[in-house]
Design a protein around this ligand. Structure first.
Ligand code: WTA
Length: 637
């Protein structure tokens, strides 16, 4: 392949040692899914094996129907029973470090210890009334108790709904209400950038606005004082003291395993529901094939377990593979970006899996710190979440990977459950900037704007042409919306919302979103949510939000606002809009800039032309067809 970087030889035998082996297996996974997946699911523990691999099609597809299993048993008990109980499962360190940059706290769990902690918490949750199928909202800082809470829910067959600990009360409330969670797991607070932040008070604010929340389980982390509602609130340490360990509860393959709220093109985040068996199989098998994680290995995925990447590759993927996972409290920039190299030196992961945003931060930090540390444990580097530009890719490989290590750029999304398009590290020639080729069972396609599938070299909408194991089960509480959002515009295919180009070798190059979703610091944010928060400001009548290229955050948020008649643009209104976005959507959606316009450019049917606004903001001009513009004076010349 042209311009490709040859894959290194595998350091130990792998199932897919070269491109020919990949092509053969991938072709077989499409031609004979029943036989292909049947062979691969024997490695998991089933209480009842599935009757079939796949039933139904499109959004109604069901993976491994008839099967019964428990994910926490597959992630934990099974390794303990297989004699790996004393192997490391979870390696955690605090954000606070001493003068020698050593973390003030390090906690290590073996598979047995983690299994026992999970079983005990599951017993405590059961005593609080949690049963299979119940939704439990988890809002915890990055502490071992976060994966423990997720796995404890899974142990009971309950559905976890993890919410990022930096969200404002309103965003938390929306997610509690939409998921109908009666139980919330939280902490008094957490630590970020060297300071404690409150969490219980955010949960209290959300819970005051709904009659739904009946139990709040509170972990003591910071020791800061918290308000207490007797009868509703329970300390974690007291609840587990009184609990008896719970055994795994087998559930149906297509029982909902978890919800993950994510942004789309409407103002309301959608609860992406993932099932049990299909998600487990793809999470585990991609952890093996993309990252070569096996029993006894240590993987480090820098993603907060609260996001989909953290679910799949900080928590489930490694543990389902019998590998240990490294988890660090707080953002990695404290005390500075060299902390990452301290972590590698201390915990000796073989895999470092990160995001382009973080890699760019490491580039800015400079390589002096990493050059004096021992990174010799690393065997493989990976990136996810945003397009990685070739310069950043090369820096990662050359400077962190010593020019030897494979760099696995993985494309996927919340809806996908697990990695979908990536180079097999020892088989696929890597292309800096391309996610390359699809995983087993994934049939990627390119469609034009009318929804027609294109053959050969082509650019257009990236679609997935058939169901895949880790696929979303649906949008929680709204099955119609799932069909309409993803499965309706290209016949028989799932529309990803990404634009992509397929080159002559079949490699996929991601070109960004086709909808109104932007990626800020790797976080997926819907422009409509920010616009909703902007117009909640009393002076604002209309708003449009676009993402601008930004070296630090990937994309930065620019808010255009139109004011009500009689309102004056001012620094105060601007601050008010920023505050409203922070309160309603969260600090991660903090706009970089607000610009005031007399009107928004719209087409004749009233749709805001964000594309024009974006182009105008970047280049100062608009090109192309503006004949559909309703009011050409909307954009100052
Ligand atoms: C983008 C994160 C280019 C893409 C796993 C996708 C990427 C969205 C890549 C999903 C990549 C993810 N190259 N773009 N390797 N990986 N994206 O739901 O636009 O937070 O649709 O899932 O991130 O974001 P989400």
């Amino acid at each position: 392949m042209n311009g490709a970087v040859a894959p290194p030889p595998p350091p130990r035998p792998v199932e897919v040692p070269d491109l020919a082996a990949y092509r053969l297996l991938h072709a077989r996974s499409l031609a004979d899914p029943e036989g292909f997946w049947r062979e691969r699911i024997a490695r998991f523990r089933w209480n009842r094996p599935p009757d079939r691999v796949l039933e139904g099609d499109g959004p109604a597809a069901r993976w491994f129907p008839g099967g019964r299993l428990n994910v926490s048993e597959n992630a934990l008990d099974r390794w303990v029973d297989d004699g790996h109980g004393n192997a490391a499962a979870l390696l955690w360190e605090s954000e606070a470090v001493d003068a020698w940059r050593r973390p003030e706290e390090v906690r290590r769990f073996t598979f047995r210890e983690l299994r026992d902690a999970v079983a005990l918490l599951a017993g405590a949750l059961r005593a609080l009334g949690v049963e299979a199928g119940d939704r439990v909202t988890i809002c915890l800082p990055i502490v071992p108790e976060l994966p423990i809470a997720m796995l404890a829910c899974a142990r009971l067959g309950a559905v976890h709904n993890v919410v990022f600990a930096g969200f404002p009360a309103q965003a938390l409330l929306d997610r509690i209400e939409d998921s109908q969670s009666r139980v919330v797991i939280t902490a008094d607070g957490g630590f970020r950038n060297g300071k404690p932040f409150p969490l219980k008070s955010v949960v209290d604010t959300a819970a005051r606005r709904t009659p739904l929340v009946q139990r709040v389980l509170v972990l003591r982390r910071t020791g800061e004082p918290v308000a207490w509602t007797p009868g509703r609130d329970h300390w974690w340490h007291e609840a587990i003291d009184a609990a008896t360990p719970a055994a795994p509860v087998p559930v149906a393959s297509d029982a909902t395993h978890f919800l993950m709220y994510t942004s789309g093109s409407t103002g309301k985040p959608k609860g992406i529901a993932h099932g049990t068996a299909g998600y487990m199989v793809q999470a585990a098998l991609t952890a093996l094939h993309a990252f070569d994680l096996r029993p006894g290995d240590v993987g480090w995925c820098t993603a907060d377990p609260a996001w989909i990447t953290g679910h799949t590759y900080t928590v489930y993927g490694p543990l389902l593979s019998g590998a240990a996972t490294v988890i660090c409290e707080g953002p990695l920039g404290f005390p500075d970006w060299d902390r990452a190299w301290d972590v590698v030196e201390r915990h000796r992961p073989s895999v470092l899996h990160s995001t382009p945003t973080l890699i760019r931060a490491w580039i800015r930090q400079g390589d002096a710190g990493l050059r004096v540390r021992d990174l010799s444990s690393l065997r493989l580097l990976a990136s996810v979440g945003e397009p990685i530009n070739p310069t950043v890719w090369r820096w990662f490989r050359e400077v962190v990977g010593g020019g030897r290590l494979p760099v696995v750029d993985t494309w996927w999304q919340t809806e996908a459950g697990a990695a979908m398009i990536f180079p097999f590290p020892y088989a696929t020639p890597a292309r800096p900037g391309s996610a390359t080729l699809p995983f087993f069972g994934v049939e990627a396609g390119i469609a034009d704007a009318e929804g027609r599938l294109l053959e050969g070299e082509a650019a257009g909408q990236l679609v997935i042409r058939r169901p895949w194991p880790g696929m979303l089960q649906g949008i929680w509480g709204d099955p119609r919306r799932c069909h309409d959002t993803y499965w309706s515009s290209v016949p028989g295919a799932f529309v990803t919302g990404d634009a992509a180009r397929r080159d002559g070798d079949g490699c996929i190059w991601l070109l960004g979103r086709t909808d109104d979703v932007i990626k800020v610091n790797g976080h997926r944010i819907g422009t409509a949510e920010i616009e909703g928060a902007a117009v909640a400001h009393p002076a604002v009548s209309e708003s449009a939000v676009v993402g601008l290229p930004d070296e630090r955050s990937g994309e930065a948020i620019l808010v255009f606002a139109v004011l009500h008649p009689g309102q004056e643009a001012s620094a105060e209104v601007e601050r008010g809009i920023v505050r409203s976005v922070e309160e309603k959507v969260g600090r991660l959606a903090r706009p970089r800039e607000v610009r005031f316009l007399p009107a928004l450019p719209k087409n004749r049917s009233g749709k805001i032309l964000r594309r024009l606004l974006r182009e105008w903001a970047i280049t100062g001009r608009v090109s192309g067809d503006v004949t559909t513009l309703d009011d050409s004076s909307a954009l100052p010349a």
